[in-house]
Design a protein around this ligand. Structure first.
Ligand code: SF4
Ligand code: SF4
Length: 372
C-alpha cells in the first residue's frame, strides 16, 4: 500500500512543532526529498495564484516551507502556475495575494508564458487525443504539486488531479486555440452556449465574470464569441436564473481530467513528483473564481505522498468524514453531517476522476495513512 503522510490542522500545543507550518516541515522530512530530487535540480513548485477576489489560496508561508526544504537539499525551486487571465495581470494577482520572490523565497514565473500559449502538444488519450501542456512543466525535470483542495464548478472536487489537468495545461494553443487547451476538457471541445432570451434578467453577471470578454450584450441580446471562449463555465455558474448553460458530459469530463493529468506527468521520470494536498479553507468553488465564499468544511490538514491517486483518495476520504460548517453554503443547502458535501453542492460524479486515474496507471487507491 502507498504511504500518505498526514498532519492534522489542529494545533493543540503552543509551540512551532504543533503549528501547520511546523507540521509541513515534518511532512517534508518524512517523505524524504532526497529520494526524489537531486542537488542543483530545477524543481517546479506548482500552485494556484488565485484571483483578485479569491484569496483563499495556499498561503505563501506554506510555499515558503516547501521552497526552503528544497533549497536545503541543494535543489533550485521556482513557484509557478499557468495563465488564467492575461499573464502580466496574473503576476500582479499573485503578488497581491502574497506570492512573490520575497515571500516564497524563489522566482515566481508563468508556466506557459505571458500570453498563455507557450506549450507543447503531448499525447493524452482516447478522449482528448493531444493536449497543450505548459512548456515549462513539460521541460522541467521535477515538480512538487501543491494543491488547494476545494469544490469546483465542473470537477465537483478539485485536488491534485485537477491542479495537474487544468493547471498544467495552457488555456490556448497558437494554432488550434482553446480546442487543445484547457477548454478541451471543460466541455470536451464541443460545447455551445445555450441562452434563453425570454428568461434572462439582463443582470450582466455573465459578462462581468468572463475572463476573456467572450460575452457581451447588444440590444438586450447575448453575443458570444465561441472562437475565443475557453468553456471555463464561469458564466454558467454565476447565472442565478439558470438561463445560460454550457452543456457537457460530466462522466467524460472527469475521465478527461485523468487523461490530461496523465499527459502532464508523462514527461517526468518515475519518482520525480511529490504531491502536497492542503485541506484548508475548503471553499465551494475554485480559486480562479472572482470571489471566495466562506469554507464549507473545517480545515482538516495537509497530506503528502509520491502517489497521485493515493493522495486524492485519502483527501476525499477525509472530506467525506467532515461535517458542514454553520453559516456556509453547505448550511444554506441544508447539508447534513454524513452527507457527501461536495456532491451535494455540485452534483458532479467527482470520484470518477480518481477511479479513472487509477485505471490509467497513475497510482493506487489503496493507501496507508500515517499521521505525523
Ligand atoms: S465559458 Fe463563459 S466565462 Fe468562460 S470564457 Fe466562455 S464565455 Fe467566458
Ligand atoms: S447571468 Fe444569466 S440572467 Fe444574468 S445576464 Fe447573464 S444570462 Fe442573463
Amino acid at each position: 500500500m502507498t504511504k500518505v503522510y498526514f498532519a492534522s490542522a489542529r494545533a493543540k500545543k503552543w509551540k512551532y512543532d504543533a503549528s501547520m507550518p511546523g507540521k509541513l516541515d515534518r511532512l517534508l522530512k518524512e517523505i524524504g526529498l532526497m529520494d526524489y530530487f537531486s542537488p542543483e535540480e530545477w524543481i517546479a513548485v506548482k500552485t494556484h495564484f488565485g484571483s483578485e477576489g479569491a484569496h483563499r489560496i495556499i498561503r505563501p508561508v506554506f510555499l515558503r516551507k516547501v521552497v526552503d526544504s528544497l533549497r536545503r537539499i541543494g535543489a533550485k525551486p521556482f513557484v509557478t502556475d499557468t495563465v488564467r487571465i492575461k499573464g502580466l495581470d496574473y503576476l500582479e494577482i499573485a503578488n497581491q495575494n502574497g506570492i512573490n520572490h520575497l515571500s516564497v523565497g524563489a522566482p515566481v514565473v508563468l508556466a506557459d508564458g505571458l500570453y498563455g500559449n507557450d506549450n507543447v502538444m503531448v499525447k493524452a488519450g482516447d478522449i482528448l487525443g493531444q493536449i497543450a501542456v505548459a512548456s515549462l512543466i513539460h521541460d522541467v525535470p521535477a515538480m512538487v504539486v501543491c494543491s488547494h483542495v476545494k469544490g469546483h464548478i465542473n470537477a465537483g472536487y478539485a485536488g491534485a488531479l485537477k491542479n495537474l489537468a487544468m493547471g498544467g495545461i495552457s488555456s490556448s494553443h497558437r494554432t488550434c486555440g482553446w480546442k487543445c487547451g484547457r477548454g478541451a476538457m471543460h466541455t470536451i471541445g464541443e460545447g455551445e452556449l445555450v441562452w434563453d432570451a425570454d428568461k434572462c434578467e439582463l443582470c450582466l453577471q455573465c459578462e462581468e465574470v468572463c475572463p476573456l470578454d467572450a460575452i457581451t450584450f447588444k440590444d438586450d441580446e447575448i453575443v458570444w464569441n465561441r472562437d475565443i471562449c475557453w468553456r471555463c463555465g464561469r458564466c454558467e455558474r454565476v447565472c442565478q436564473t439558470g438561463v445560460l448553460q454550457l452543456p457537457g458530459d460530466d462522466e467524460r469530463f472527469m475521465r478527461s481530467l485523468a487523461e490530461a493529468a496523465k499527459a502532464v506527468i508523462s514527461t517526468f521520470e518515475p519518482l520525480k513528483i511529490i504531491y502536497i494536498n492542503f485541506l484548508t479553507e475548503i471553499q465551494p468553488e475554485c480559486d480562479c473564481m472572482p470571489s471566495a465564499d466562506v469554507p464549507v468544511m473545517q480545515d482538516a490538514g495537509i497530506l503528502i505522498s509520491g502517489d497521485l491517486v493515493a493522495i486524492e483518495q485519502a483527501s476525499i476520504d477525509l472530506l467525506l468524514q467532515a461535517g458542514p460548517l454553520e453559516q456556509s453554503l453547505a448550511a444554506d443547502r441544508k447539508i447534513q453531517k454524513g452527507d457527501d458535501i461536495l456532491m451535494k453542492l455540485h452534483g458532479k460524479p467527482y470520484q470518477i476522476q480518481v477511479t479513472e486515474a487509477e485505471r490509467l496507471g497513475l497510482g493506487s487507491r489503496k493507501y496507508e495513512l500515517i499521521e505525523v
